[in-house]
Design a protein around this ligand. Structure first.
Ligand SMILES: [Zn+2]
Length: 131
């Protein structure tokens, strides 16, 4: 099973650093939720071209030493039923990790804002520990 169209999720042979920003631009935010902390933001998004649903989890590392915190984005394509179920409940980390297994995207921006990585993952969805 695969997800999305060439304008959003694309193929796994594409550079994750190209696909993820493109997907975020193409898939508008339908709903914003939190995982519990204000720095843990969950966006339910949908591609404007093909209607594919996505859940995007934004986590920020709380860094008391300075103002620049590390940031992590996890983007997972989801079915319409999964989107409805997530929109309907108070989201927990397990709800995201239970979406496994599938192909998903990960973005990490380190504290110094110099190092950024984009990666494809396949299989279990895991969220980074930020506290
Ligand atoms: Zn699409």
């Amino acid at each position: 099973m695969d997800f999305g169209c060439a304008e959003c999720f694309g193929a796994e042979t594409e550079d994750a650093g190209v696909v993820m920003p493109r997907c975020l631009q193409k898939a508008a935010v339908l709903r914003t939720l939190t995982l519990g902390w204000p720095t843990e933001v969950v966006h339910l998004r949908q591609c404007e071209s093909c209607g594919q649903d996505y859940v995007v989890v934004y986590l920020e590392e709380i860094n008391w030493e300075g103002s620049h915190d590390a940031e992590y984005d996890t983007l997972v394509p989801i079915t319409r039923a999964e989107a409805a179920s997530l929109a309907d409940s108070r989201i927990l980390r397990a709800d995201i990790e239970d979406l496994s297994p599938r192909r998903w995207l990960y973005h990490e921006r380190q504290v110094d804002r110099q190092s950024e990585t984009y990666q494809w993952f396949k299989g279990a969805v895991t969220l980074p520990e930020t506290r």
